[in-house]
Write a protein that binds this ligand. Sequence first.
Ligand code: ATP
Ligand code: MG
Length: 211
Amino acid sequence: MAGSHNTARIIGVMGASGSGKSRWLKGTLARGNPAKLLIWDPLNEYEQGRIITDLRELVETLGALEPGDPFKLTYRPGPDMSTYAKKFDTFCALAFVIEGVCVVIEELADVTSPSWAPPAWSRLSRQGRHKGMTIFAASQRPTLMDKTFLGNCTMIHCSRLNDENDVKTMRRYLGVSEEQVRGMVADKDSGRFDFIERDMQTGKTVVGRLG
Ligand SMILES: Nc1ncnc2c1ncn2[C@@H]1O[C@H](COP(=O)(O)OP(=O)(O)OP(=O)(O)O)[C@@H](O)[C@H]1O
Ligand SMILES: [Mg+2]
């Protein structure tokens, strides 16, 4: 990806509902313009490339690609969350074999828990770096996110959190004061959406605001 995200391969995107996670993600994808892009889109809010709602069509479409082919695909798992486990497992297994793919997972906490991650997702977040992948995963509640993923993040982008436990958790990951995390603003009337980003490898922390 472009700019300050050159080295960030596994990016955790945290923040309360409406705090600007998806907006930041969309802007980052637009700037980075990854050659291979695969999006898990449970809220039907992305329109990158071909939009696929059928799992078999996703399998066939990705299976038909040659290794060097660029592509953009938005997969929408639909409204029935009881079907997500199988779909997410297949989605992650498909992503794992695509060298250099950029994978975006919206609402990670829908498909993982703090103490359990689906095996295919766990493999992706543990080994994806070695295949040149970039993984973005967003969650409203960092305390509900799977710990392996959080621990493996090379970059964390955090916007306003409303839950005190989440504030305390993220302050530890971000290495800033609790007040700094708690004080972030997300205000759609004024258009102000604060964030704190930390490069987990260098420890460099940046405070910013969506424009
Ligand atoms: N392209 C845009 N231009 C201006 N405002 C936008 C745009 N997209 C979203 N917004 C507004 O920005 C705010 C943040 O929305 P966003 O969808 O990024 O939140 P989110 O953190 O992803 O929330 P959720 O967890 O519910 O998905 C909302 O108030 C939304 O109405
Ligand atoms: Mg969102």
